[in-house]
Design a protein around this ligand. Sequence first.
Ligand code: OOB
Length: 597
Amino acid sequence: MSRPQDSVDEVLAGFTPYPAEFAERYRAAGYWRGETFGRMLRERAAAHGERIAIVDPGGAGPEGTRRWTYAELDRRADRMAAGLLARGIGRGDRVVVQLPNVAEFFEVVFGLFRIGALPVFALPAHRHTEVGHFCSFTGAAGYVVPAVEGGFDYRELASRVRAENPSLRLVLVAGEDAGEHVRLADVPVDGALPETGPEPGDVAFLQLSGGSTGVPKLIPRTHDDYIYSLRGSVGICGQDERSVYLCVLPAAHNFPLSSPGSLGTLYAGGRVVLCPQPGPETAFPLIEREGVTITGLVPPLALLWLEAAERRRAAGGDPGLASLEVLLVGGAKFSEEAARRVRPVLGCTLQQVFGMAEGLVNYTRLDDPEEVIVTTQGRPISPDDEVRVVDDQDGDLPDGTTGHLLTRGPYTIRGYWNAPGHNADSFTADGFYRTGDLVRRTPTGHLVVEGRAKDQINRGGEKVAAEEIENHLLAHPAVHDAAVVSMPDPYLGERTCAYVVLRDEARQAPPKSVELKRFVRGRGLADYKVPDRVEFVDAFPATGIGKVSKKDLRAAIAAGLAAAAAPAAGSAPSAPSVPSVPSVPSVPSVPPIPSQS
Ligand code: OOB
């Protein structure tokens, strides 16, 4: 078992601090106020302890709806913190938290914050490959899971991950039957907590990067920087203690966590309502019953909600959204056409949000003209968010010209955790983060996202790193080379298409698409990363210097889909199934290049 000081040192060793002159500037400007999450909750509990903080409508369980006041959440965080300490989790230890939208998420996360242990935020969709990586890469001491959720047994996953990771000494299960692990409900105890908690400049947690590399990178966020982004978001989104935030997306993702999300809402003294399912059939009744005022969605969900509300109105009904004041949409580009429907159909103000777990978050403002709200992805939170739009040589471009977005500021990281090689590529020498996004800045300082230079597919807000999936495909004995690209999709915006070149010896009896998909799934990946479509080609098109031309592959699949959809033009696209199309015209044949793994 590592001693606490070892864990703290390990966290520090992987962390790129803000340079002293910047830290001083951010403190002097009043952005970093020396707050920590532990003290933040304590203060809210002191100020309005009897107000409701968390509403968990529960599933079909016997408990029904649970409502925790700020005082109760604070007390639970203390007892969880003491129980974790008693079980050997301490300051600097990493704990992978993979919980659905349940009240325990907050009990665990604030318990960890209080003792200076670091949540590593996994998503419920992650499977053995991802979770195994988070545990081994961070040397995690703990892992927190539900028992069974969405038909998947997380206890089994935990057993496997534990057997492979000697550092993992505690697996906690939120549920009645923990199997061979420890019931989360058995952890909390009354007990003394250390006098000194974490410092405001300490890393509070590790968030996941959407990623464009083989494995997801980890993002260290400090109490100071993250709480500043919460305070800024709360102001921009008009939140106060009357706000009721519906947490629809997975609670651990940066968007529903902090933009302004559940943590912003708790910062403001408002109420967080956890939505167990994101569809309108679950969310609309909760909005009406709990008087929800604000929520955040990815574009595909926003489309579903718009359609559901329109259908109810058309049938003479009322969707019951009268309390909803603000709808945030982000994570992927929201089409202007859909954006225009938000106010008339849902009766609330749209706020576009273009953010990233690495830091920078842009919002359209509530009082922006409607044209700005529907045509831009907002402007930064902070006057000290430095935004550069540059060409391929890092030369600054004038407003109105599309280029690479680079950013630096009081809540944007200076480096991924423990990733010096990646950091050299992802940050400029003077500390600007290369977002990989292509944007244009308007004269009002708003950003319009025009595309992406990073090798990533944005599947309705869920990010898929092409290289990660290519590596899995390359492990298949029949695959010589693989190139994963996005293809347009009316519902998700993009889906994944894997172009595959088979080995010569496999051409006699080539595998079917479905076999390759099954193979990737079988490697223990989150479902959303399994290619939506597999295309076999003899060779990849090449760029001038002989790299795979993903641009040509994207164009080929887009043209193939358009051609196949043409006869049905005018009919409504049916989400979310992938249109079945004949094979795309084969791309220009060039000699295969070596695989780029
Ligand atoms: C959010 O965070 P991540 O870390 O999952 O993904 C960040 C990336 C951005 O670099 C960009 O490529 C894309 O997601 N993105 C958008 C977008 N919002 C995010 N692309 C176009 N339009 C938008 N509105 O996705 C995230 C974090 C905090 C708040 C909101 C989203």
